[in-house]
Design a protein around this ligand. Structure first.
Ligand code: ZN
Length: 99
């Protein structure tokens, strides 16, 4: 049974997830926010229930999507920057036209 790290109470309830860290990253570590009913201390505890496993899969997908999206954005920015900084190579001046 879980207990509060602050007051050692056994009256623990699930706390709402807030922000990217708790919604996406915490489920990957099989953890969820919990709150002590006695002292209202909020902490992260292990969670292996079905909901957490489903969120874990969802978090992985979201994380992969974010990584793919940022990679695409980075490649676009990189292409724009290299296109701006390096001028288009002018046609090399070879020998004159043969007559
Ligand atoms: Zn407590």
């Amino acid at each position: 049974m879980r207990s509060c790290p602050a007051c050692d109470s056994k009256q623990i309830t699930n706390s709402h997830r807030q922000g990217f860290w708790e919604i996406v990253c915490l489920p990957l570590m099989v953890r969820r926010p919990l709150r002590c009913c006695d002292c209202l201390y909020r902490f992260y505890g292990f969670s292996f229930d079905a909901g957490t496993r489903a969120r874990m899969r969802m978090s992985l997908l979201v994380l992969l999507a974010v990584m793919g999206l940022s990679w695409g954005i980075w490649k676009t920015i990189d292409a724009v920057i290299t296109g701006v900084t390096s001028p288009t190579p002018s046609k090399p001046r070879g020998p004159g036209r043969p007559r």
